[in-house]
Design a protein around this ligand. Sequence first.
Ligand SMILES: Nc1nc(=O)c2c([nH]1)NC[C@@H]1CN(c3ccc(C(=O)N[C@@H](CCC(=O)O)C(=O)O)cc3)C=[N+]21
Length: 298
Amino acid sequence: MSATIIDGKAVAASLRAEVAQGAAELARRMGRRPGLAVVLVGSDPASQVYVASKVKMTREAGMESFEHRLPEETSEQDLLALIARLNADPLVDGILVQLPLPKHVNPGRVIEAIAPGKDVDGLHPENAGRLANGLPGLAPCTPMGCMMLIRSVVPDLRGLNALVVGRSVLVGKPAAQMLLNADATIIVTHLDTVGLPALCRQADIVVVAAGCPGLVRGDWIKPGAVVIDVGINRLPPEPGAPKGRIVGDVAFDEVSEVAGHITPVPGGVGPMTIACLLKNTLTAAERRFAEASQARAA
Ligand SMILES: Nc1nc(=O)c2c([nH]1)NC[C@@H]1CN(c3ccc(C(=O)N[C@@H](CCC(=O)O)C(=O)O)cc3)C=[N+]21
């Protein structure tokens, strides 16, 4: 074991403390707490756990949490009507619609209905375009958390080779944009990429978001590289156990023999995702308040 473990829990706790301070300050000026609305459709057990954890941490950061739990059979029309109400609600600064949605609902249509200034998931095409063009906006929480973990060990990415496995709208694509914006050279790969191990061996920074347990092996890694594991995969339970272990997309034991720094699963990127959601909610609230103040002054 040679790699240093990047403690996502600790970095996330210090980001949440910073957000709590900013939220308290903003609340004094606004006369109300920043507010985050979380919408959960259906009863996917994993989603229930994430949402409960988001609600708890939102409150701990001194922000208001508005929960909307809708039955699985909710129509797209009813969901769009709820989003229109949240867009218009002055107490709501951020809106997060937990994914995945039930099959009869078109997720693109739902995400595009969220007001871009309240889109704390950073998934609206306007925010994706802003990220691509290097403009201020709201950026997706998971890749934002990855960047903070990378910068905690490598502050300057200029001239480094970064490789991303995965091209999802939620993680892979925005992670590549952020690495490029930080002056790294990027290679974006996915499960159809030919010669992935050889490409990976050129990378100083590896971000893996493929949803494929143990995909990245020890002999894919350049000695000393920074490895960020975004995967959260629940293995089938051992005989007699109630539920299976959670593992990432990186073969941790092998890779930690070669890498310089590595994130664990759990305790790596996951806690950062929630901390960045709170950070985005504070950013959205600050911008909304600044705009409202300007409008009053005019
Ligand atoms: N609109 C939307 N935005 C999301 O950001 C979003 C989503 N939908 N749907 C589901 C995924 C998943 N996700 C996680 C967040 C935190 C942890 C997390 O904190 N994990 C801990 C605990 C893991 C465990 O033991 O269960 C850890 O990795 O240490 C995991 C997963 C956000 N997602």
